[in-house]
Ligand binder design. Structure first.
Ligand SMILES: Cc1ncc(COP(=O)(O)O)c(C=O)c1O
Length: 434
């Protein structure tokens, strides 16, 4: 029931003639909250009055353990792009606690930041322009990938570097082509003999690891085996040979070699869909405003949704500037008051509207200030980032790396512990904002 307005009504807006493009589900049946309070759930309670991203480092530690259990090789924690948007330092520490032994990043800047944060483990940086500061890499004992002859020349000019020769194993993206590979190995060996560098690794990257069994992965593995043998035949003695990232590590033991480079898997993303990893992020936002609208009311920019009945709309103060994909408008759902509620109207730069349903007045009816969970691990029925990716026709990586700087961030989880030491009781541990 819409109560009688206390002030003279505004002139009616012309009902939109725009058809409703999709029919978001009506608010569903309540979901039973889980009895255990996860660190994320504890932080959700603490999150308070602003859109907040909770990073659960104990999920990262658990994921690294899960992945480490399927391979005899080392686990390199790939913490590029601010550890996939989760916070480099927290994820790096949690990865070490789970058994990772070293780090991988794209840029030298990211690698030097790890050193600045006090990490002394081996770090590999694999994507640099020819004029990158390789002398700084040598000074910080950062290893670099060499994807071709021109990069080898640049790297030779900064003596003392430990390098990983990078072979293109089927992506035509980064790494030397098979045609260039033999010359690269030969020149690298000459540079080694001249005391200019040490080849410590050979690396590749599979193109279709998210599709276990794809023939392109067989071809990539075969090319990598050929490349490694060629390097050895030319006198190189790389201790590290690494091909697999998350999906291949979890689904293709033949790809394992001496090390796996794990990025997405740290934070709970497995594109091979073969493991149960735990998402590490929870995004919440309070309802900043709740309004009652009459059936037929058109909502948001472009009037892309019209209320099919009298209802209550909740406003969340975050939008595409914070990383919510606009394509998820009229498709996504959020959890409010124990129920999934549809996102209606266009997600705008700073605002998202949720249909709370008409419902009877009462304690269960969401009110201003109540918290909405946009996504999380799914423990209490909230959507996951994977669902948002589906609504936005993209992949989870893009959702989690696209979250904006305006979001308040808090990190929770177990204090980092050594892999084999006694694990402390699971308690929410607010490590504090980054
Ligand atoms: C060369 C290389 N290795 C490893 C990774 C980590 O891959 P994933 O996130 O699938 O574990 C990436 C990420 O894109 C990469 O480019």
């Amino acid at each position: 029931m819409i109560p009688a307005p206390a002030v003279p009504p505004a002139p009616p807006l012309t009902p939109s003639t725009t058809p409703t493009p999709s029919t978001p589900s009506t608010p569903s049946t309540p979901l039973t909250p889980s009895a255990t309070l996860t660190p994320s759930a504890a932080a959700v309670e603490a999150a308070g009055s602003v859109p907040t991203l909770v990073i659960d480092t104990s999920a990262v530690t658990a994921n690294v353990r899960t992945i480490g259990a399927v391979t005899d090789g080392e686990v390199m924690a790939v913490v590029k792009a601010d550890a996939f948007g989760h916070g480099t330092v927290a994820v790096a520490k949690a990865s070490l606690a789970g058994g990772a032994t070293r780090f991988g990043v794209t840029t030298l800047a990211e690698a030097i930041d790890l050193r600045g944060a006090g990490f002394t483990e081996r770090v590999l940086s694999w994507l640099n322009p020819l004029d990158a500061d390789f002398a700084a890499a040598a000074a910080h004992e950062i290893e670099v990938a060499v994807p071709g002859l021109s990069h080898l020349a640049a790297v030779r000019a900064a003596p003392g570097l430990r390098v990983h020769l990078q072979l293109d194993t089927g992506m035509a993206r980064d790494g030397a082509s098979p045609e260039e590979w033999v010359a690269l190995c030969r020149e690298a060996r000459a540079a080694e003999l001249a005391g200019l560098l040490t080849v410590v690794g050979v690396m590749g990257h599979l193109p279709c690891a998210d599709r276990p069994g794809d023939a392109a992965n067989d071809a990539g593995r075969a090319r990598f085996a050929w490349g490694l043998q060629s390097a050895r035949d030319l006198g190189l003695t790389p201790d590290d040979h690494h091909l697999a990232a998350t999906a291949a590590t979890l689904s293709d033991p033949l790809s394992h070699h001496t090390m796996s480079r794990i990025g997405a898997g740290l934070v709970g993303i497995d594109e091979s869909h073969t493991a149960r990893l735990r998402p590490a992020l929870t995004l919440t936002a309070p309802l900043v405003q709740v309004r009652e609208v009459a059936g037929g009311t058109s909502v948001g920019y472009g009037h892309s949704w019209r209320a099919p009945r009298d209802t209550r709309l909740g406003l969340l103060a975050l939008g595409y500037a914070d990383g919510l994909p606009r394509l998820a408008s009229n498709r996504a759902e959020v959890l409010v008051g124990g129920r999934r509620r549809p996102v209606v109207g266009r997600i705008s730069m700073d605002m998202t509207i949720v249909d709370l349903g008409a419902g009877p007045e009462g304690p269960d009816q969401p009110r201003e200030g109540d918290l909405a969970t946009l996504f999380g691990p799914g423990d209490v029925g909230e959507p996951t980032a994977a669902e948002w990716a589906g609504w936005a026709e993209t992949l989870e990586h893009e959702i989690v790396t696209g979250l904006g700087p305006r979001l308040h961030r808090i990190t929770v989880g177990e204090p980092p512990v050594a892999p084999d030491s006694d694990r402390p009781t699971l308690t929410p541990n607010l490590i504090g904002p980054r």
